[in-house]
Write a protein that binds this ligand. Structure first.
Ligand code: HEM
Length: 587
């Protein structure tokens, strides 16, 4: 590790201006918190950390994870350590760093960390005694006493998420494709943000085929909304009090002081407002409760159907029916919550990619021509994953270029480790900076340009060499992680991106268009209506927040023009039926 950074919150310029205009009780709260921060900072610096620039670092991190970590990577190299409160994180920034850790020392780097905001809220909301990600830290250990371990669960699940098995669930996917094309056809009259179209399709595909049930629009929308919200929360160093215990203590103290003060002031008919330091926790809890509600419903319905002899193919249904002994409720529920909204990041990828294609007619024409070259004038078979090389390359490059899950899912070391003679103790949090690694020049030339051709004709990341370049990390890019805990949804993502791109680009010409007030009212989720994306779909400037775990774009106005209206109408009315194998269960 080259250097240790201390990250602590410091007020920025606007905060200082706000400070001056504060009412007295807010002053008292803030002073308490600030005092604790300064005490803590002093303590940290006096315990041997090397950096004396903690204030600047804190501000920079808040200015944006991607930008700040990229700057630090330039300064401190491919692996460096960060202290966040009482937690230490090691940040990996290059393919070399990933190869030496997640890949070559896969067993040591396979755990996942837990912290209160996220996992605490999760456990409380679930009230099933279960951690709801395939976790491996404190909450999981305490609550998983009777549960099978992560590796076993992954092995059980893997066959049902593999590309060989997926065609078994095509009838669910086909229905979602039909619904998507209908929704797009209905959106042709004026420029629209198509967020709901992309997310409800990808999330719908994931959740329908998971339990073998076609969920209605309202149910699917709740899952989309909740999962998008959840993935805005799992962030690096936010909220500070979840990472810096002294801030937490200061906030609790301030809150308690206010309660006492109110007791006293109440005698004179006076009061001061109670500060809410738990906005993030409240939001996490709200989201977790929403998630627990639909997951419990989905699981209960699935188990009920299985007990009644239902044989409808589905990922979880097939798994449950194949097991000699039933899984514990905890494990079944864990699988449900891990997977129910799993199509969400695929929808995010499509929001970015479709915005880019709509703005770049040359690239869109190339995609259309590539589809046409393979299928002539016929409607492409959306289940033909990989048949049109350019379409496959668009999906892969979108995953690299925008890297929707910017910092991956954090890991934790399961044992002491050594990287190039530098010691990383057990229980250290590991953050792989996927956004930066996906721009590592050893693996990708012109890394800040969107070039689908880097994945075509034998190229594998670089346009100037054939085959893989840079250190071997076992994956084309880090958008889905790598090693023992890598994403289990890659075949699903590839299949879905292919199907949606092939059908959409065959049926419609997309053009970027400014959204008017009415168009902005339709934007989904509504927080994206805070602005409109540039024509470039810049991964940094066009994201809603610089620090969210998932990079979600501002609103994207798109006008759709049918390429062949007769064929489109015919397909919607009749032809799509050839894609279906049999009638599934409807919700
Ligand atoms: C574009 C869409 C997606 C992206 C960007 C994405 C990204 C990721 C990332 C970064 C991880 C952490 C991997 C690691 O630590 O090495 C992960 C884990 C996971 N993903 Fe995905 N994912 C996507 C879609 C899906 C889908 C559709 C599924 C459904 C099967 C899925 C299932 C999982 C599971 C089960 C894990 C947890 C693995 C574990 O902890 O052992 N993902 N995903």
């Amino acid at each position: 590790m080259n250097e240790i950074q201390v990250l602590l919150p410091m007020p920025n310029a606007t905060a200082i201006e706000g400070f001056v205009n504060m009412t007295p009780h807010v002053w008292i709260y803030k002073m308490c918190v600030l005092l604790a921060v300064l005490t803590f900072a002093g303590w940290r610096l006096s315990t041997g950390t090397k950096s004396g620039r903690n204030d600047a670092n804190g501000r920079k991190l808040h200015a944006g994870h991607a930008k700040t970590l990229a700057t630090w990577a330039k300064k401190y190299g491919d692996i460096f350590r960060v202290l966040l409160g009482n937690r230490e994180a090691v940040v990996l920034n290059t393919r070399t760093a990933v190869a030496k850790t997640l890949v070559k020392q896969g067993a040591t780097f396979q755990s996942r960390p837990e912290w209160n905001l996220w996992h605490g809220a999760f456990v409380h909301a679930a009230d099933t005694g279960g951690i709801l990600t395939i976790g491996s830290g404190f909450f999981a250990l305490v609550l998983q006493i009777c549960a099978v371990n992560v590796g076993t669960l992954r092995k059980m699940l893997a066959p049902y998420t593999s590309s060989q098995k997926l065609p078994k669930y095509n009838h669910f996917v086909s229905r979602r494709y039909l619904r998507l094309i209908k929704m797009l056809a209905d959106s042709m009259s004026k420029p629209r943000d198509l967020g709901l179209c992309w997310w409800s399709t990808t999330v719908g595909i994931g959740t329908d085929q998971l339990v073998g049930y076609i969920h209605d629009d309202e149910f699917t929308k709740v899952i989309c909304d909740t999962e998008i919200g959840i993935f805005r929360q799992r962030s690096f160093g936010t909220p500070y009090h979840d990472w810096v215990p002294l801030i937490n203590i200061a906030e609790i103290t301030a809150s308690t002081a206010a309660t006492f003060a109110n007791g006293f002031l109440g005698l004179f008919g006076l009061s001061i407002p109670q500060m809410n330091f738990n906005v993030a926790e409240d939001r996490a809890s709200q989201l977790r409760h929403a998630q627990a509600k639909y997951c419990k419903h989905q699981l209960a319905t699935l188990l009920q159907r299985i007990s009644e002899g239902d044989q409808t193919p589905s990922q979880l249904g097939d798994l449950f029916r194949a097991l000699p002994d039933p899984l514990s409720h905890h494990d079944s529920y864990l699988l449900m919550t891990t997977l129910s909204g799993s199509g969400m990041a695929t929808g995010t990828t499509l929001n970015w990619l479709m915005g880019k294609l709509a703005a770049n007619q040359e690239m869109q024409d190339r995609a259309y021509q590539a589809i046409h070259d393979v299928y002539a004038a016929e409607v492409p078979d959306p289940h033909d994953t990989d048949r049109v090389e350019y379409i496959k390359a668009l999906g892969l490059e979108a995953g690299r270029y925008w890297t929707p899950v910017r910092l991956g899912f954090f890991r934790e070391t399961q044992a002491d480790s050594n990287v190039d003679g530098r010691f990383i103790p057990k229980d250290t949090m590991i953050v792989y900076n996927s956004y930066q690694i996906n721009r590592d020049p050893s693996g990708y030339d012109l890394p800040d340009e969107f070039i689908p051709e880097r994945w075509m004709n034998g190229h594998y990341g670089r346009t100037d060499t054939i085959g893989p370049a840079g250190d071997k990390i076992g994956v084309p890019h880090m958008g889905h992680g790598t090693g023992r805990r890598m994403c289990m949804g890659v075949p699903n993502v590839n299949k879905t991106l292919y199907g949606i791109l092939a059908l959409t680009l065959h049926f419609f010409k997309l053009e970027r268009a400014e959204l008017n007030d009415e168009g902005m009212r339709d934007v989904f989720p509504s927080f994206r209506a805070a602005g409109q994306c540039s024509m470039n779909m810049d991964p940094i400037k066009d994201q809603i927040s610089d620090c969210d775990a998932q990079a979600v774009p501002f609103a994207v106005g798109i006008r759709l023009i049918p390429r062949n209206p007769d064929q489109l109408n015919f397909w919607i009315k009749e032809d799509h039926r050839t894609l279906q194998e049999f009638d599934g269960v409807f919700g």
